[in-house]
Design a protein around this ligand. Structure first.
Ligand SMILES: NC(=O)C1=CN([C@@H]2O[C@H](COP(=O)(O)OP(=O)(O)OC[C@H]3O[C@@H](n4cnc5c(N)ncnc54)[C@H](OP(=O)(O)O)[C@@H]3O)[C@@H](O)[C@H]2O)C=CC1
Ligand SMILES: N[C@@H](CCC(=O)N[C@@H](CSC=O)C(=O)NCC(=O)O)C(=O)O
Ligand SMILES: [Zn+2]
Ligand SMILES: [Zn+2]
Length: 379
C-alpha cells in the first residue's frame, strides 16, 4: 500500500481538438478497491481521437485519454486481493466485477458495476485521482493510460503473464481483442462462410484475423484507403473493394457485395463508425440469415436507419463492445494465445514513439498509413 501521491508526466487534453499537453500531474494514492499502475506502453485507438475531437457525448475535459495500455502495479489500495505490487497488467475499459447482474448473466461482457462513474470521468467514489496546476483532471474510460501513472478500479485490471512484452500486448487492451473477439464471440463466424469487413484499421484487420481463425473461406475487405489492402491480405482477406474507385463510385456498396457473393454476406462487420456504412453493412447481408455486427463508434447524435423489411427478411443487426470478451478472465487468455503464436499482435504496430511525442501519434493515426502507433514510456 502507498499513501503518497506521485508526481509524473501525463498528456492532458485541456479542451477538445487542441494538441495534448505534456504536463506534470499529481496522481493520488489508490483508495479502497483501487490500483495504481506504472504505464509502460500504450497505443492510440480511433476512439481516443473521437473523444478528443469533442464528438463524444460522454467526453469530459480536461481529461487524460488513453485506454489501450499495459503496465506494472505500483501500489494497491485497501482490500485489493487480485493483484499485487509488481504484477504485469492491462487496464480494462470493460471491467469484470464477477457479481453484477450483467457479469453473472452469462450473456454479456458489459459489466455495469462502475459504468456510470466511468462515463462521468471519475472513480467509483465520484472523485478524480489526477490534479494538474491545482485543477482536477477527469479520468477516461476508467483507464487514462496516457499518463506515466494511472489509478484504476481493481475490477478494471487484468493480471497477465509476466513473460509478455508490454509494448506489444498493450494492443490487447482494445483493438486486437475487439476485432478477434467480435468474429469469434459475438458473431461466431462459422467455417466455410463468407465475411465482409468495412474499415481496415486495427479493429477491421483483427476481425479479418478472427474470421480466418474461425475458418471463413472468403473475406472481403472494404476500405477507401487502398494502402490498407496489403496488410489485410496478410491477415487473410481474399477480396478488396474500394467504394470510391472509378468502377464503383456510382454503385451502392451493398449491391456490389451482393453481386460478388451470390446473394450477400453470411457475416458483415462495420469497423469505421460511419452510419452510412453501418446501413450498407446490414444491407449487404444474405437474405434469411446474414448477420451484421456493428463495432464502429458513431459520433454523438448520429442514428442508423434501414427499411424494416431488411430485418423482416432475416438479416440481423447487432453490436459488439470489446469483442464480447470478459476483461479479467478473457484478456490473460488472449495474452497467452499471443505468446503461443496463435494470434498476431506485432503486425498491427506500424509506428513507435516516445510517450512525449503523443501528438505525433495522433497525426500518424489520422494520416492514412498508420494502423497502431505504440508509445513507450520512460523506464
Ligand atoms: N465497439 C468497440 O468495442 C470498439 C470500437 N472501436 C471503434 O471502431 C472503429 C475502428 O477503429 P480503428 O480500427 O481504431 O479505426 P481506424 O480509423 O484506424 O480505421 C478505420 C478505417 O476505415 C477507413 N474508412 C473511413 N471511412 C470509410 C468509408 N466511408 N468506407 C470505407 N472505409 C472507410 C479508414 O480509412 P483512412 O485510413 O483513410 O481513414 C480506416 O482505414 C472506430 O469507430 C472506433 O471508435 C474501436 C475499438 C473498440
Ligand atoms: N462514450 C461513447 C461510447 C463509445 C463506445 O461505444 N465505446 C465502446 C468501446 S470503444 C473502444 O475503443 C464500448 O465499450 N461501449 C460500451 C460502453 O459501455 O461504453 C459514446 O457515448 O458514444
Ligand atoms: Zn479502443
Ligand atoms: Zn459486473
Amino acid at each position: 500500500m502507498s499513501n503518497q501521491p506521485i508526481k509524473c508526466k501525463a498528456a492532458v487534453a485541456w479542451e477538445p481538438n487542441k494538441p495534448l499537453s505534456i504536463e506534470e500531474v499529481e496522481v493520488a494514492a489508490p483508495k479502497k478497491g483501487e490500483v495504481r499502475v506504472r504505464i509502460i506502453a500504450s497505443a492510440l485507438c480511433h476512439t481516443d481521437v473521437y473523444t478528443w475531437s469533442g464528438k463524444d457525448q460522454e467526453g469530459k475535459f480536461p481529461c487524460i485519454l488513453g485506454h489501450e495500455g499495459s503496465g506494472i502495479v505500483e501500489s494497491v489500495g485497501e482490500g485489493v486481493t487480485s493483484v499485487e505490487i509488481g504484477d504485469h497488467v492491462i487496464p480494462l475499459y470493460t471491467p469484470e466485477c464477477k457479481e453484477c447482474k450483467f457479469c453473472t448473466s452469462g450473456k454479456t461482457n458489459l459489466c455495469q458495476k462502475i459504468r456510470v462513474t466511468q462515463g462521468q470521468g471519475v472513480m467509483p467514489d465520484g472523485t478524480t485521482r489526477f490534479t494538474c496546476k491545482g485543477q482536477e483532471v477527469f479520468h477516461f474510460m476508467g483507464t487514462s493510460v496516457f499518463s506515466e501513472y494511472t489509478v484504476c478500479a481493481e475490477i478494471s485490471i487484468a493480471k497477465i503473464n509476466v513473460d509478455a512484452p508490454l509494448d506489444k500486448v498493450c494492443l490487447l487492451g482494445c483493438g486486437v481483442t475487439t476485432g478477434v473477439g467480435a468474429a469469434l464471440n459475438t458473431a461466431k463466424v462459422t467455417k466455410g462462410s463468407n465475411v465482409v469487413v468495412f474499415g481496415l484499421g486495427a479493429v477491421g484487420l483483427a476481425v479479418i484475423q478472427g474470421s480466418q481463425l474461425a475458418g471463413a473461406t472468403r473475406i472481403i475487405a472494404v476500405d477507401i484507403n487502398e494502402k490498407k489492402y496489403k496488410l489485410a491480405a496478410d491477415f487473410g482477406a481474399t477480396d478488396f473493394v474500394n467504394p470510391l474507385s472509378e468502377e464503383n463510385k456510382d454503385k451502392k456498396i451493398q449491391d456490389i457485395i451482393v453481386g460478388m457473393t451470390d446473394g450477400g454476406a453470411d457475416y458483415s462487420f462495420e469497423c469505421i463508425g460511419n452510419v452510412e456504412t453501418m446501413r450498407a453493412a446490414l444491407e449487404c447481408c444474405h437474405k434469411g440469415w446474414g448477420e451484421c455486427t456493428i463495432i464502429g463508434v458513431a459520433e454523438g447524435g448520429k442514428e442508423i436507419s434501414t427499411r424494416p423489411f431488411q430485418l423482416v427478411t432475416g438479416r440481423v443487426w447487432r453490436g459488439s463492445a470489446f469483442g464480447g470478451v470478459k476483461g479479467r478472465s478473457g484478456v490473460p487468455e488472449y495474452v497467452n494465445k499471443y505468446l503461443r503464436g496463435e494470434i498476431k499482435v506485432d503486425e498491427y504496430i506500424t509506428h513507435n514513439f516516445n510517450f512525449e511525442q503523443i501528438n505525433d501519434a495522433f497525426t500518424a493515426l489520422k494520416g492514412g498509413d498508420c494502423i497502431r502507433a505504440v508509445m513507450h514510456y520512460k523506464q
